[in-house]
Design a protein around this ligand. Structure first.
Ligand code: NAP
Ligand code: G4F
Length: 350
C-alpha cells in the first residue's frame, strides 16, 4: 500500500517533534519545514533524523512561513496528503514586542499555505491549523470554553491566530478544501520551550535542588491554565484529519490550575517544602531546607504582559466523543514527566 505523505510546518517545535514521531510510527512519509538559523534549532528532531530506519521516510526542507515562494514550492514538490500547520511565533509575551512579525508568521503564514493548496488544486490535501485557546481570551459568564464560545483575543498573538482560524474556515467553506482547526488549550512536556512558564519552573527547580544559587523571576502567579500533555494532543491533531468531514475541535483536559499551583505540585513531586509570603508584586516563595529559609521565587513586573488572559478552561466533550479523546496524562503525571526529565538534564549539566 502507498504510504501517506505528511508535511509539518513547525517540525522543530514541541508539537512538531511529537507529531513527527507519531506519524512515522503510523508508517507515514514525513516532511518538515525548518528555518535557517545561526544556531542549532533541530535539537528536538535530531534523534529522528539520524535514525537509519527513517532514511527514506523523513525529510527536512528549508522554508519560512513569511516566504510565499518557499511555502508554494515545498507543497508543489511534495504534494502531501496531509499538512499540519504548527509553525508560529507562538510566544504570547513576545507577540507584544513583535506584533507585525507575529501577524506575518502566525496569521498570514496560514493564508500562504491555503493559497498554495488552492492554486495547485491538489484536492486530496487535508489541512490542519494549530488554533489556540488564546482565541477566547476574555472570560464572560461561563468559565469554560467550547467550539461555540465567543472569541475575544487579548494579544497580538491571539489576533494573528484568530485570522488563521477564520481563514481556515473561509477556505473550507469557499473552496471545499478539507481544512480543520484544532483549538488546543495549553499543552506542555519535557520538550516545551524554556521561556514558557511551566518549563521555566521545572528547569529552575530541578537545578535548584542540585545546588544552584539562582532565584526565579516570574510574572502573574495567579493566571490559570488548562494544562495537558503535548504527546496526548498531537494524537488529536492526527485524529482531526482522519474525520470524514472537516470540522473544528476544542482539545482540553477540563481542569484549570494556577501558575502557583503548578509550582506547588512541582515542589510536592520533588519532596521539597516551600512557603509563600507577601502579596502581589511583593509575593515571594522560600525554600525551607534544614530549618533554613532560602529565597526561591520573586515576582518581577518585567514578566507581566500589557494585557493578560487570566483564566482558561476548556470543554472538550465534542473531542471526547468524536475523536475518542482520552488523555493518558493528568496534571500530576505531566508535572512528574517534566520534573523527571529536567532532573536528569540538570544532573547531566553538573
Ligand atoms: P513551538 O515549540 O514554539 O514551535 C513553533 C515552531 O514554529 C518551531 O518549529 C519554529 O521554528 C517554527 N517557526 C517559527 N517561526 C517560523 C517561521 N517564520 N516559519 C516557519 N516556521 C516557524 O510551539 P508548539 O508549542 O510546538 O506549538 C505548535 C503550534 O500550536 C503553534 O502554532 C502554536 O501557536 C500552537 N499552539 C500551541 C499550544 C501550546 O500550548 N503548546 C496551544 C495552542 C496552540 P524554530 O524551531 O526555528 O523556532
Ligand atoms: O507559559 P505561557 O507563556 O503560555 P501562554 O501565554 O498561556 O501561551 C501558550 O499557550 C497558548 C494556548 O492557550 C498557546 F496558544 C501559546 O502558543 C503558548 O503555547 O504563560 C502561561 C501563563 C500566562 O498567564 C503568563 O502571564 O503564565 C503566566 N506567567 C507568569 N510568569 C508567565 C511567567 N509566563 C511566562 N512565559 N513567563 C513567566 O515568567
Amino acid at each position: 500500500m502507498k504510504k501517506k505523505v505528511a508535511l509539518i510546518t513547525g517540525i522543530s517545535g514541541q508539537d512538531g517533534s511529537y507529531l513527527a514521531e507519531l506519524l512515522l510510527k503510523k508508517n507515514y512519509v514525513v516532511h518538515g519545514v525548518i528555518r535557517k538559523s545561526s544556531s542549532f534549532n533541530t535539537g528536538r528532531i535530531d534523534h529522528i533524523y539520524v535514525d537509519p530506519h527513517n532514511k527514506t521516510n523523513f525529510y527536512l526542507h528549508y522554508g519560512d512561513l513569511t516566504d510565499s515562494n518557499s511555502v508554494y514550492n515545498i507543497i508543489n514538490n511534495i504534494k502531501p496528503d496531509e499538512i499540519y500547520n504548527l509553525g508560529a511565533q507562538s510566544h504570547v509575551g513576545v507577540s507584544f514586542d513583535n506584533p507585525e512579525y507575529t501577524a506575518e508568521v502566525s496569521g498570514i503564514g496560514t493564508l500562504r499555505i491555503l493559497e498554495a493548496i488552492r492554486f495547485l488544486k491538489i484536492k486530496k490535501i487535508k489541512f490542519y491549523q494549530a488554533s489556540t485557546s488564546e482565541l477566547f481570551g476574555e472570560t464572560y459568564n461561563k468559565n469554560i470554553f467550547n467550539e461555540n464560545s465567543k472569541f475575544h483575543p487579548k494579544s497580538p498573538y491571539g489576533v494573528a491566530k484568530l485570522y488563521s482560524f477564520w481563514i481556515t474556515s473561509v477556505y473550507r467553506e469557499s473552496y471545499g478544501i478539507f481544512a480543520s482547526n484544532g483549538i488546543l488549550f495549553n499543552h506542555e512536556s519535557p520538550r516545551r520551550g524554556e521561556t514558557f512558564v511551566t518549563r521555566k519552573i521545572t528547569r529552575f527547580l530541578t537545578r535548584k535542588i542540585l545546588g544552584s544559587k539562582d532565584i526565579l523571576y516570574l510574572g502573574n502567579l495567579n493566571a490559570k491554565r488548562d494544562w495537558g500533555h503535548a504527546a496526548d494532543y498531537v494524537e488529536m491533531q492526527w485524529r482531526i484529519l482522519q474525520q470524514k468531514k472537516p470540522e473544528d475541535f476544542v482539545v482540553a483536559t477540563g481542569n484549570a490550575y494556577s501558575v502557583k499551583q503548578f509550582i506547588e505540585t512541582c515542589a510536592k513531586v520533588l519532596k521539597i517544602k516551600i512557603i509563600w509570603q507577601g502579596k502581589g508584586i511583593n509575593e515571594r516563595a522560600y525554600f525551607i531546607n534544614n530549618n533554613k529559609k532560602e529565597l526561591l521565587i520573586k515576582v518581577d513586573k518585567r514578566y507581566f504582559r500589557p494585557n493578560e488572559v487570566h483564566y482558561l478552561k476548556g470543554d472538550a466533550r465534542k473531542a471526547f466523543k468524536k475523536l475518542r479523546f482520552k488523555p493518558k496524562f493528568n496534571f500530576k503525571d505531566l508535572v512528574e514527566d517534566m520534573i523527571k526529565h529536567d532532573l536528569e538534564l540538570a544532573r547531566s549539566e553538573l
